[in-house]
Design a protein around this ligand. Structure first.
Ligand code: ADP
Ligand code: NI
Length: 234
């Protein structure tokens, strides 16, 4: 059932109202994303939500903005919506308006969702606020480590890409346009060199940097094994 709330500002949101908004958003996102098969499923969102809260508490950020942005960040991905980069923020805005979240808060959340995505090795992140940096870190941590490896192959398969094609070298994309067009060209292993191994040095917060170090090492170890097996050395 969809509940409709009157508009409210951040300062007037008491904890009961915050909980109600969060619960309704959790249910909405879970319904929308359950069963998604490219690694952008509900469980990815739930992990990002939890990680974002953990970082936000350490970094003393606005928890309601962080949580709503984390919950809604993959509600519609441009990669699977005709490359429309505003698909996610538009859909999030629709939902936040529906449940009566104040414009100041919803605009901040939608800006975060719009600016969150990785857009190529040579493209600078557009994220502007502490809350945005935290959600970006949480999202990127989930693209690393053991789970990140699983997600890379799931997304690669969604793009109909091979696991690896040694005849195609990785590209360090210098524009968002080039990155967008490539969509896993050369297989999922190339994605490690085009994005995943670059994430460690692009974390915004100290908390995330520490977690990223460990996940980065695990991916390096995985790739070493992968190429050992590929080359008949293991
Ligand atoms: P962002 O959250 O920065 O927008 P993406 O949506 O591109 O990042 O990444 C989400 C997941 O999809 C990550 O786990 C990432 O590894 C995977 N992914 C994105 N592009 C590719 C690709 N071309 N090949 C394999 N996996 C990919
Ligand atoms: Ni995500």
């Amino acid at each position: 059932m969809l509940l409709v709330y009157a508009p409210m500002s951040n300062s007037t949101l008491n904890s009961e109202e915050k909980n109600r908004i969060l619960k309704a958003t959790e249910e909405y996102v879970k319904k929308e994303l359950t069963g998604e098969s490219s690694g952008h499923d509900w469980w990815h969102t739930q992990r990002v939500w939890k990680t974002a809260v953990k970082i936000a508490k350490k970094e003393k950020a606005d928890l309601i903005v962080v949580q709503l942005a984390a919950l809604l960040h993959d509600i519609a991905d441009w990669k699977f919506n005709n490359d429309n980069e505003s698909a996610g923020s538009d859909k999030a805005k629709e939902w936040l308006d529906k449940i009566g979240v104040d414009e100041n808060i919803s605009n901040h959340i939608c800006e975060i969702i719009h600016d969150l995505s990785f857009k190529g090795a040579g493209v600078k992140s557009e994220i502007k606020t502490k809350e945005g940096m935290i959600v970006q870190d949480a999202d990127r941590l989930d693209a690393m480590g053991a789970i990140g490896i699983a997600r890379a192959f799931a997304t690669g398969a969604k793009f109909n890409r091979e696991i690896y094609n040694p005849e195609i070298k990785p590209t360090l994309h210098q524009t968002a346009e080039d990155y967008k067009k490539s969509k896993g060209y050369g297989g999922s292993i190339n994605h490690f060199y085009e994005k995943l191994l670059l994430l460690k040095d692009r974390m915004n917060t100290a908390t995330a940097k520490k977690i990223a170090e460990k996940r980065h090492k695990f991916m390096e170890h995985y790739l070493k094994e992968f190429f050992n097996e590929w080359n008949g050395k293991a």
